[in-house]
Design a protein around this ligand. Structure first.
Ligand SMILES: *Cc1c(COP(=O)(O)O)cnc(C)c1O
Length: 405
Protein backbone atom coordinates (compact mmCIF):
# COMPACT_ATOMS: atom_id res chain seq x y z
CA UNK A 1 0.00 0.00 0.00
CA UNK A 2 1.12 3.55 -0.70
CA UNK A 3 2.29 5.70 2.19
CA UNK A 4 -0.31 8.21 3.29
CA UNK A 5 1.93 11.14 2.52
CA UNK A 6 2.44 9.85 -1.01
CA UNK A 7 -1.27 10.50 -1.60
CA UNK A 8 -2.32 14.08 -2.24
CA UNK A 9 -4.67 16.07 -4.41
CA UNK A 10 -2.29 15.74 -7.39
CA UNK A 11 -2.68 11.97 -7.18
CA UNK A 12 -6.33 12.50 -8.05
CA UNK A 13 -5.51 14.01 -11.41
CA UNK A 14 -3.11 11.18 -12.17
CA UNK A 15 -5.29 8.20 -11.30
CA UNK A 16 -8.96 9.17 -11.42
CA UNK A 17 -11.42 9.47 -14.31
CA UNK A 18 -11.68 13.24 -14.72
CA UNK A 19 -15.44 13.53 -14.04
CA UNK A 20 -15.23 15.40 -10.72
CA UNK A 21 -13.28 18.44 -9.60
CA UNK A 22 -12.83 17.75 -5.89
CA UNK A 23 -11.71 20.42 -3.43
CA UNK A 24 -8.01 20.92 -2.82
CA UNK A 25 -7.90 19.29 0.60
CA UNK A 26 -8.42 15.60 1.46
CA UNK A 27 -10.56 14.83 4.53
CA UNK A 28 -9.29 11.86 6.53
CA UNK A 29 -11.50 11.73 9.64
CA UNK A 30 -14.95 12.88 10.72
CA UNK A 31 -16.96 13.00 13.93
CA UNK A 32 -20.47 14.41 14.10
CA UNK A 33 -20.45 17.56 11.97
CA UNK A 34 -16.68 18.13 12.17
CA UNK A 35 -14.00 16.85 9.80
CA UNK A 36 -10.22 16.95 9.66
CA UNK A 37 -8.02 16.92 6.57
CA UNK A 38 -4.58 15.41 5.93
CA UNK A 39 -2.92 18.46 7.50
CA UNK A 40 -5.08 18.29 10.62
CA UNK A 41 -7.13 21.35 9.67
CA UNK A 42 -10.67 21.23 11.07
CA UNK A 43 -13.87 21.86 9.11
CA UNK A 44 -17.52 22.29 10.07
CA UNK A 45 -19.62 20.14 7.75
CA UNK A 46 -22.72 21.83 6.27
CA UNK A 47 -22.57 19.52 3.22
CA UNK A 48 -23.26 16.25 5.03
CA UNK A 49 -21.92 14.23 2.12
CA UNK A 50 -24.72 15.70 -0.06
CA UNK A 51 -27.66 14.98 2.26
CA UNK A 52 -26.32 11.51 3.07
CA UNK A 53 -24.92 11.90 6.60
CA UNK A 54 -28.24 12.44 8.38
CA UNK A 55 -26.60 11.50 11.69
CA UNK A 56 -23.23 13.08 10.98
CA UNK A 57 -19.93 11.23 10.69
CA UNK A 58 -19.33 8.00 12.61
CA UNK A 59 -22.46 8.12 14.77
CA UNK A 60 -21.73 5.72 17.68
CA UNK A 61 -24.94 3.71 17.21
CA UNK A 62 -24.18 3.14 13.52
CA UNK A 63 -20.54 2.31 14.20
CA UNK A 64 -21.64 -0.19 16.81
CA UNK A 65 -24.14 -2.12 14.65
CA UNK A 66 -21.76 -2.00 11.68
CA UNK A 67 -19.02 -3.59 13.78
CA UNK A 68 -21.35 -6.24 15.15
CA UNK A 69 -22.80 -7.15 11.76
CA UNK A 70 -19.33 -7.16 10.17
CA UNK A 71 -18.50 -10.15 12.35
CA UNK A 72 -21.68 -12.02 11.46
CA UNK A 73 -22.59 -11.75 7.76
CA UNK A 74 -21.63 -9.22 5.08
CA UNK A 75 -23.11 -10.52 1.89
CA UNK A 76 -25.21 -13.47 0.84
CA UNK A 77 -26.66 -12.45 -2.59
CA UNK A 78 -30.34 -12.48 -3.47
CA UNK A 79 -30.29 -16.22 -4.08
CA UNK A 80 -30.83 -16.16 -0.31
CA UNK A 81 -32.67 -13.61 1.79
CA UNK A 82 -31.46 -12.17 5.09
CA UNK A 83 -32.89 -10.89 8.35
CA UNK A 84 -31.64 -7.27 8.21
CA UNK A 85 -33.20 -6.75 4.73
CA UNK A 86 -36.57 -8.10 5.83
CA UNK A 87 -36.47 -6.05 9.03
CA UNK A 88 -35.63 -2.84 7.16
CA UNK A 89 -38.32 -3.52 4.54
CA UNK A 90 -40.90 -3.97 7.30
CA UNK A 91 -39.83 -0.73 8.98
CA UNK A 92 -40.16 1.21 5.70
CA UNK A 93 -43.58 -0.31 5.06
CA UNK A 94 -44.75 0.54 8.58
CA UNK A 95 -43.60 4.15 8.18
CA UNK A 96 -45.01 4.88 4.70
CA UNK A 97 -47.77 4.19 2.15
CA UNK A 98 -45.77 1.24 0.80
CA UNK A 99 -46.50 -2.49 0.85
CA UNK A 100 -43.51 -3.78 -1.12
CA UNK A 101 -39.80 -2.89 -1.15
CA UNK A 102 -36.89 -3.39 -3.56
CA UNK A 103 -33.37 -2.67 -2.30
CA UNK A 104 -30.49 -1.39 -4.40
CA UNK A 105 -27.26 0.49 -3.73
CA UNK A 106 -27.70 4.01 -5.09
CA UNK A 107 -30.35 6.55 -5.93
CA UNK A 108 -29.93 5.98 -9.64
CA UNK A 109 -30.49 2.25 -9.26
CA UNK A 110 -33.65 2.79 -7.20
CA UNK A 111 -34.95 5.15 -9.91
CA UNK A 112 -33.93 2.80 -12.70
CA UNK A 113 -36.04 0.12 -10.98
CA UNK A 114 -38.91 2.58 -10.53
CA UNK A 115 -38.98 3.55 -14.20
CA UNK A 116 -38.72 -0.05 -15.36
CA UNK A 117 -41.53 -1.02 -12.97
CA UNK A 118 -43.76 1.83 -14.19
CA UNK A 119 -43.21 0.80 -17.81
CA UNK A 120 -43.79 -2.88 -17.01
CA UNK A 121 -46.97 -2.10 -15.07
CA UNK A 122 -48.42 0.08 -17.82
CA UNK A 123 -47.51 -2.38 -20.56
CA UNK A 124 -48.87 -5.47 -18.79
CA UNK A 125 -51.91 -3.93 -17.07
CA UNK A 126 -52.97 -1.43 -19.71
CA UNK A 127 -51.46 -1.32 -23.20
CA UNK A 128 -48.08 -2.02 -24.87
CA UNK A 129 -47.97 1.59 -26.11
CA UNK A 130 -48.48 3.13 -22.68
CA UNK A 131 -44.82 4.03 -22.22
CA UNK A 132 -44.58 7.84 -22.07
CA UNK A 133 -42.76 9.24 -19.05
CA UNK A 134 -43.33 12.85 -18.05
CA UNK A 135 -40.48 14.51 -16.14
CA UNK A 136 -39.37 18.06 -15.33
CA UNK A 137 -36.80 20.62 -16.31
CA UNK A 138 -33.92 20.79 -13.80
CA UNK A 139 -34.89 17.41 -12.34
CA UNK A 140 -32.13 15.07 -11.23
CA UNK A 141 -32.66 11.32 -11.05
CA UNK A 142 -29.16 9.84 -11.32
CA UNK A 143 -26.55 8.99 -13.94
CA UNK A 144 -27.50 5.65 -15.45
CA UNK A 145 -28.55 6.17 -19.05
CA UNK A 146 -32.28 5.79 -18.35
CA UNK A 147 -32.26 7.95 -15.21
CA UNK A 148 -30.09 10.69 -16.70
CA UNK A 149 -32.40 10.77 -19.72
CA UNK A 150 -35.43 11.22 -17.45
CA UNK A 151 -33.50 13.97 -15.63
CA UNK A 152 -34.15 17.49 -16.81
CA UNK A 153 -30.65 18.67 -17.69
CA UNK A 154 -30.08 17.53 -21.30
CA UNK A 155 -26.37 18.36 -21.17
CA UNK A 156 -25.82 15.43 -18.78
CA UNK A 157 -27.58 12.96 -21.10
CA UNK A 158 -26.10 14.05 -24.39
CA UNK A 159 -22.99 12.72 -26.09
CA UNK A 160 -23.60 9.06 -25.35
CA UNK A 161 -25.52 8.01 -28.45
CA UNK A 162 -29.22 7.19 -28.79
CA UNK A 163 -31.19 7.87 -25.61
CA UNK A 164 -34.04 5.84 -24.13
CA UNK A 165 -37.16 7.09 -25.89
CA UNK A 166 -40.62 8.40 -25.00
CA UNK A 167 -39.62 10.82 -22.24
CA UNK A 168 -40.99 14.39 -22.24
CA UNK A 169 -39.88 17.29 -20.07
CA UNK A 170 -42.02 20.22 -18.93
CA UNK A 171 -41.44 23.10 -16.47
CA UNK A 172 -41.63 22.22 -12.76
CA UNK A 173 -44.60 23.55 -10.76
CA UNK A 174 -46.48 24.22 -14.01
CA UNK A 175 -49.68 22.17 -13.89
CA UNK A 176 -50.93 23.46 -17.25
CA UNK A 177 -47.74 22.19 -18.88
CA UNK A 178 -48.38 18.71 -17.45
CA UNK A 179 -52.01 18.89 -18.52
CA UNK A 180 -50.91 19.75 -22.06
CA UNK A 181 -48.76 16.63 -22.50
CA UNK A 182 -50.37 13.95 -20.32
CA UNK A 183 -52.59 11.46 -22.13
CA UNK A 184 -53.68 7.84 -21.99
CA UNK A 185 -50.23 6.79 -23.30
CA UNK A 186 -48.54 8.28 -20.25
CA UNK A 187 -47.21 5.54 -17.97
CA UNK A 188 -45.71 7.75 -15.25
CA UNK A 189 -45.06 11.25 -14.01
CA UNK A 190 -41.75 11.46 -12.14
CA UNK A 191 -40.78 14.29 -9.80
CA UNK A 192 -38.81 15.31 -6.74
CA UNK A 193 -41.21 16.86 -4.20
CA UNK A 194 -38.32 19.25 -3.56
CA UNK A 195 -35.91 19.51 -6.47
CA UNK A 196 -32.45 19.22 -4.91
CA UNK A 197 -29.65 19.39 -7.49
CA UNK A 198 -31.84 21.52 -9.73
CA UNK A 199 -31.93 24.45 -7.28
CA UNK A 200 -33.69 23.50 -4.02
CA UNK A 201 -37.18 24.16 -5.37
CA UNK A 202 -40.14 22.81 -3.40
CA UNK A 203 -43.21 21.71 -5.33
CA UNK A 204 -46.24 23.81 -4.56
CA UNK A 205 -49.21 22.21 -2.80
CA UNK A 206 -51.52 22.85 -5.77
CA UNK A 207 -49.01 21.37 -8.18
CA UNK A 208 -48.61 18.06 -6.36
CA UNK A 209 -52.35 17.67 -5.80
CA UNK A 210 -53.02 18.61 -9.43
CA UNK A 211 -50.46 16.14 -10.77
CA UNK A 212 -51.96 13.38 -8.60
CA UNK A 213 -55.41 14.07 -10.08
CA UNK A 214 -54.08 14.09 -13.64
CA UNK A 215 -52.27 10.79 -13.06
CA UNK A 216 -55.46 9.21 -11.73
CA UNK A 217 -57.47 10.51 -14.68
CA UNK A 218 -55.03 8.98 -17.19
CA UNK A 219 -54.12 5.86 -15.19
CA UNK A 220 -50.50 6.98 -14.99
CA UNK A 221 -48.32 6.20 -11.99
CA UNK A 222 -46.96 9.01 -9.85
CA UNK A 223 -43.31 8.46 -8.88
CA UNK A 224 -41.69 10.57 -6.18
CA UNK A 225 -37.92 10.62 -6.23
CA UNK A 226 -37.16 11.27 -2.56
CA UNK A 227 -33.53 10.27 -2.83
CA UNK A 228 -32.52 13.69 -1.48
CA UNK A 229 -35.69 14.89 0.28
CA UNK A 230 -36.34 11.66 2.17
CA UNK A 231 -35.34 10.09 5.49
CA UNK A 232 -36.11 13.05 7.73
CA UNK A 233 -34.41 15.71 5.63
CA UNK A 234 -37.50 17.95 5.57
CA UNK A 235 -38.66 17.28 9.13
CA UNK A 236 -41.02 14.45 8.13
CA UNK A 237 -39.73 11.00 7.28
CA UNK A 238 -40.62 11.67 3.62
CA UNK A 239 -41.45 15.01 2.06
CA UNK A 240 -44.71 13.70 0.54
CA UNK A 241 -46.05 13.54 4.09
CA UNK A 242 -46.04 17.37 4.21
CA UNK A 243 -48.24 17.52 1.13
CA UNK A 244 -50.72 14.78 1.91
CA UNK A 245 -50.26 13.44 -1.62
CA UNK A 246 -49.45 9.76 -1.92
CA UNK A 247 -47.22 8.49 -4.72
CA UNK A 248 -47.53 5.07 -6.35
CA UNK A 249 -43.79 4.53 -6.27
CA UNK A 250 -41.21 6.28 -4.07
CA UNK A 251 -37.44 6.04 -4.25
CA UNK A 252 -35.16 6.68 -1.29
CA UNK A 253 -31.38 6.53 -0.92
CA UNK A 254 -28.79 9.07 0.27
CA UNK A 255 -29.56 9.30 4.03
CA UNK A 256 -31.12 5.83 4.17
CA UNK A 257 -27.84 4.22 5.23
CA UNK A 258 -26.51 7.26 7.10
CA UNK A 259 -23.41 7.07 4.87
CA UNK A 260 -23.44 3.38 4.02
CA UNK A 261 -24.56 2.88 0.39
CA UNK A 262 -28.14 1.62 0.18
CA UNK A 263 -31.30 2.62 -1.65
CA UNK A 264 -34.85 1.41 -1.87
CA UNK A 265 -37.85 1.59 -4.13
CA UNK A 266 -41.20 1.48 -2.35
CA UNK A 267 -44.53 0.65 -3.95
CA UNK A 268 -47.92 -0.99 -3.46
CA UNK A 269 -48.86 -4.67 -3.70
CA UNK A 270 -50.86 -4.12 -6.89
CA UNK A 271 -48.03 -2.40 -8.74
CA UNK A 272 -45.34 -4.74 -7.44
CA UNK A 273 -47.34 -7.64 -8.87
CA UNK A 274 -46.40 -6.48 -12.38
CA UNK A 275 -42.92 -7.91 -11.74
CA UNK A 276 -42.27 -11.66 -11.61
CA UNK A 277 -39.23 -13.71 -10.61
CA UNK A 278 -36.27 -12.71 -12.77
CA UNK A 279 -37.78 -9.44 -14.08
CA UNK A 280 -35.18 -7.27 -12.34
CA UNK A 281 -32.31 -7.69 -9.90
CA UNK A 282 -28.99 -6.67 -8.37
CA UNK A 283 -26.09 -8.49 -6.75
CA UNK A 284 -25.49 -6.24 -3.74
CA UNK A 285 -28.97 -4.78 -3.20
CA UNK A 286 -30.35 -5.58 0.25
CA UNK A 287 -27.08 -6.91 1.64
CA UNK A 288 -27.06 -7.53 5.41
CA UNK A 289 -24.34 -4.99 6.18
CA UNK A 290 -26.13 -2.08 4.48
CA UNK A 291 -29.55 -3.06 5.79
CA UNK A 292 -28.31 -3.37 9.36
CA UNK A 293 -26.95 0.17 9.25
CA UNK A 294 -30.16 1.31 7.52
CA UNK A 295 -32.27 -0.15 10.34
CA UNK A 296 -30.22 1.62 13.00
CA UNK A 297 -30.31 4.93 11.11
CA UNK A 298 -34.07 4.73 10.56
CA UNK A 299 -34.73 3.86 14.23
CA UNK A 300 -32.95 7.03 15.29
CA UNK A 301 -34.19 9.37 12.56
CA UNK A 302 -37.85 8.35 12.60
CA UNK A 303 -38.47 9.70 16.09
CA UNK A 304 -40.20 12.93 17.17
CA UNK A 305 -36.95 14.18 18.79
CA UNK A 306 -34.95 14.07 15.57
CA UNK A 307 -37.75 15.09 13.20
CA UNK A 308 -38.86 18.03 15.35
CA UNK A 309 -35.24 19.04 15.79
CA UNK A 310 -34.97 19.50 12.03
CA UNK A 311 -37.49 22.35 12.07
CA UNK A 312 -35.64 24.08 14.92
CA UNK A 313 -32.34 23.80 13.05
CA UNK A 314 -33.98 25.08 9.88
CA UNK A 315 -34.98 28.24 11.73
CA UNK A 316 -31.47 28.66 13.15
CA UNK A 317 -29.88 28.33 9.72
CA UNK A 318 -32.31 30.79 8.13
CA UNK A 319 -31.86 33.33 10.95
CA UNK A 320 -28.09 33.12 10.63
CA UNK A 321 -28.32 33.54 6.85
CA UNK A 322 -30.60 36.55 7.26
CA UNK A 323 -28.05 38.12 9.59
CA UNK A 324 -25.28 37.52 7.07
CA UNK A 325 -27.46 39.01 4.37
CA UNK A 326 -28.12 42.14 6.44
CA UNK A 327 -24.36 42.70 6.48
CA UNK A 328 -23.47 41.87 2.88
CA UNK A 329 -26.73 41.90 0.88
CA UNK A 330 -25.72 39.09 -1.45
CA UNK A 331 -28.80 36.86 -1.31
CA UNK A 332 -31.95 37.09 -3.40
CA UNK A 333 -33.96 34.53 -1.40
CA UNK A 334 -33.82 31.49 0.85
CA UNK A 335 -35.86 28.42 -0.02
CA UNK A 336 -36.29 24.76 0.80
CA UNK A 337 -37.68 22.79 3.71
CA UNK A 338 -36.14 21.43 6.90
CA UNK A 339 -32.42 20.94 6.40
CA UNK A 340 -32.52 21.09 2.61
CA UNK A 341 -31.94 24.80 2.21
CA UNK A 342 -30.93 26.91 -0.77
CA UNK A 343 -29.56 30.46 -0.50
CA UNK A 344 -30.00 32.03 -3.92
CA UNK A 345 -27.38 34.63 -4.84
CA UNK A 346 -28.51 38.00 -6.18
CA UNK A 347 -28.36 38.49 -9.95
CA UNK A 348 -25.10 40.46 -9.74
CA UNK A 349 -23.41 37.44 -8.13
CA UNK A 350 -24.76 34.95 -10.69
CA UNK A 351 -22.39 32.06 -11.32
CA UNK A 352 -20.25 32.79 -8.25
CA UNK A 353 -21.34 29.99 -5.91
CA UNK A 354 -18.15 27.96 -6.53
CA UNK A 355 -15.95 30.91 -5.53
CA UNK A 356 -17.80 31.23 -2.22
CA UNK A 357 -17.45 27.49 -1.59
CA UNK A 358 -13.70 27.78 -2.09
CA UNK A 359 -13.46 30.68 0.37
CA UNK A 360 -15.65 28.74 2.82
CA UNK A 361 -13.29 25.75 2.66
CA UNK A 362 -10.38 28.06 3.38
CA UNK A 363 -12.24 29.27 6.46
CA UNK A 364 -12.91 25.67 7.55
CA UNK A 365 -16.45 25.17 6.26
CA UNK A 366 -17.72 22.50 3.90
CA UNK A 367 -20.70 23.70 1.89
CA UNK A 368 -22.45 22.73 -1.36
CA UNK A 369 -23.93 24.54 -4.31
CA UNK A 370 -26.95 23.70 -6.43
CA UNK A 371 -26.19 24.93 -9.91
CA UNK A 372 -23.73 27.83 -10.02
CA UNK A 373 -25.74 30.51 -8.20
CA UNK A 374 -27.25 28.81 -5.16
CA UNK A 375 -25.50 27.85 -1.91
CA UNK A 376 -26.96 24.58 -0.62
CA UNK A 377 -27.09 23.49 3.02
CA UNK A 378 -27.67 19.78 3.75
CA UNK A 379 -26.03 19.23 7.15
CA UNK A 380 -26.57 16.38 9.58
CA UNK A 381 -30.11 16.38 11.01
CA UNK A 382 -28.60 16.36 14.49
CA UNK A 383 -25.94 19.03 13.94
CA UNK A 384 -25.46 20.88 17.24
CA UNK A 385 -26.35 24.50 17.89
CA UNK A 386 -22.65 25.23 18.46
CA UNK A 387 -21.70 23.69 15.15
CA UNK A 388 -24.32 25.75 13.31
CA UNK A 389 -23.09 28.92 15.03
CA UNK A 390 -19.44 28.13 14.33
CA UNK A 391 -20.15 27.20 10.70
CA UNK A 392 -22.12 30.40 10.15
CA UNK A 393 -19.28 32.49 11.61
CA UNK A 394 -16.95 30.85 9.12
CA UNK A 395 -19.42 31.52 6.30
CA UNK A 396 -19.63 35.17 7.37
CA UNK A 397 -15.84 35.38 7.28
CA UNK A 398 -15.68 33.64 3.90
CA UNK A 399 -18.19 36.03 2.33
CA UNK A 400 -16.43 39.04 3.80
CA UNK A 401 -13.07 37.88 2.40
CA UNK A 402 -14.61 37.00 -0.95
CA UNK A 403 -16.31 40.39 -1.33
CA UNK A 404 -13.08 42.26 -0.42
CA UNK A 405 -10.89 40.24 -2.72
C1 LIG B 1 -28.48 12.15 -5.57
C2 LIG B 1 -29.77 11.94 -6.28
C3 LIG B 1 -29.98 10.86 -7.16
C4 LIG B 1 -28.87 9.92 -7.55
O1 LIG B 1 -28.42 9.14 -6.50
P1 LIG B 1 -27.04 8.33 -6.68
O2 LIG B 1 -26.90 7.59 -5.38
O3 LIG B 1 -25.97 9.32 -6.95
O4 LIG B 1 -27.22 7.42 -7.84
C5 LIG B 1 -31.23 10.69 -7.70
N1 LIG B 1 -32.24 11.53 -7.42
C6 LIG B 1 -32.09 12.57 -6.58
C7 LIG B 1 -33.25 13.46 -6.28
C8 LIG B 1 -30.84 12.83 -6.01
O5 LIG B 1 -30.67 13.90 -5.21
Amino acid sequence: MLENKAINRNTYDQVMLPIYAPANFIPVRGQGSRLWDQQGKEYVDFAGGIAVLALGHCHPALVSVLKQQSEKLWHISNIFTNEPALTLAQKLIDATFAQKVFFANSGAEANEAAFKLARRYAITRHHPNKTQIIAFHQAFHGRTFFTVSVGGQPKYAEGFGPKPADIVHVPFNDLDAVRAVINDRTCAVVLEPIQGEGGVTPATMEFLHGVRELCDKHQALLIFDEVQSGVGRTGKLYAYQHYDVQPDILTTAKALGGGFPISAMLTTDAIAAAMETGAHGTTYGGNPLACTVGCAALDIINTPEVLMGVEKRHDMVIQALEKIDQKYGIFHEFRGKGLLIGAVLKAEYQGKAKEILQQAAEQGLMLLSAGDSILRFTPSLIISEDEITEGMMRLDMAISRWLNK
